[in-house]
Write a protein that binds this ligand. Structure first.
Ligand SMILES: NC(=O)c1ccc[n+]([C@@H]2O[C@H](COP(=O)([O-])OP(=O)(O)OC[C@H]3O[C@@H](n4cnc5c(N)ncnc54)[C@H](OP(=O)(O)O)[C@@H]3O)[C@@H](O)[C@H]2O)c1
Length: 310
């Protein structure tokens, strides 16, 4: 569904469109026929042919100058659209506050999709191990709900570009060929979704009343894997058995304590997904899962992704 009740496609503003996910969101929005505006910071506009802007322009996006620090630029951009999607990094999550204020003041936005795009921050069970990573997202959710802003939260779990290129082996930049670390007992399942697919599912929600003020979860069949299953799959692809080295929960917690940044955060996210089961331990309504709601979206499976690494 990408049309509203009147049969017109909503106009979309993407904040963060020069970024990796934001670029995919803007292109998916345009491909689905939504007139799409990209808020671009002034330093980009001086370089119209830059690699982050050229694909946006080629796809038909309208570029407008602005930033989260410039309230008037936000208000002006928000006034041109029906939907706002924000894709700034999580460390900047609280910088979305002026954007929320602009959405409230403009009064024309039918849907806001804040920068989340990870595990459900209200479900993770790792206490304060993630250094306010999830608390910031929860604070933004509270503000959105207190202000009565129509919204959809996208909980896609891991992007494939994060951790999967090494088969969840922090420090490696390709999958292992001889020995693989398995964190925990190896049977707890995490979820991986390709960024372009996250973008497509996100765009499907924009005019869909079923996702209004709801969370969209992504748990695509074929993309929900334990570490043992990832190892099995990879062994099949390379036609070779790997030595599996099991890292107990206790050992992993010690590694987290001793690790420098950013390795520490990788280990925390691995602990969250593959030991605590934060992507999958809770039941979700079928009508809140992307592949159930939008079966027409063709997505990349983990197996297909691993084929590209053989
Ligand atoms: N689930 C996962 O595995 C996973 C992994 C990575 C990211 N994510 C999520 O994906 C989302 C986007 O992350 P990303 O890695 O795609 O980000 P990214 O590539 O770093 O892009 C960030 C974008 O935000 C823009 N931006 C930064 N500060 C801004 C400001 N003050 N005003 C306006 N725009 C500003 C940047 O503009 P400039 O080009 O001007 O800098 C850029 O377009 C986040 O919600 C993050 O949590 C999820």
């Amino acid at each position: 569904m990408s049309e509203d009740a009147a049969g017109t496609r909503s106009r979309v503003l993407v904040v963060g469109a020069t970024g990796r996910l934001g670029g995919s969101l803007a292109r998916a929005s345009l491909a689905a026929g939504h007139p799409t505006v990209a808020l671009v910071r002034p330093h980009h506009l001086a370089r119209p042919d830059s690699p982050s802007q050229r694909p946006l322009v080629a796809a038909g996006a309208t570029l407008v100058e602005g930033s989260l620090e410039d309230y008037q630029s936000l208000l002006k951009a928000v006034r041109q659209v029906d939907v706002v999607i924000c894709a700034v990094p999580t460390k900047q999550a609280l910088e979305q506050k002026p954007l929320i204020r602009a959405i409230k003041e403009a009064g024309c936005v039918k849907r806001f999709i804040p920068a989340e795009f990870g595990a459900d921050p209200t479900k993770v069970q790792i206490g304060d191990m993630a250094y306010d990573f999830y608390e910031k997202k929860i604070e933004i959710r509270h503000l959105i709900e207190t202000e009565g802003i129509p919204h959809t939260y996208i909980c896609c779990n891991f992007f494939m570009r994060y951790l999967l290129p090494s088969l969840v082996q922090p420090g490696l930049n390709a999958p292992p060929r001889d020995e693989m670390k398995i964190f925990g007992e190896g049977n707890t399942k995490g979820v991986f979704v390709k960024e372009g697919d996250v973008a497509q599912f996100t765009i499907c929600t924009l005019d869909d009343p079923r996702t209004l003020n709801q969370t969209l979860y992504l748990r695509p069949p074929g993309n929900i894997c334990s570490m043992n299953e990832l190892a099995d799959l990879w062994e099949m692809k390379i036609n070779k058995s790997l030595k599996r080295v099991y890292i107990t929960e206790e050992q992993l917690l010690k590694e987290i304590l001793d690790a420098p940044f950013p390795l520490k955060m990788d280990l925390v996210f691995i602990y969250s997904a593959f030991v605590k089961g934060d992507h999958t331990y809770f039941e979700i309504d079928l009508l809140s899962e992307g592949t159930q709601l939008y079966p027409h979206v063709k997505y990349t499976t983990v197996g297909e992704y691993l084929d590209t690494l053989v």
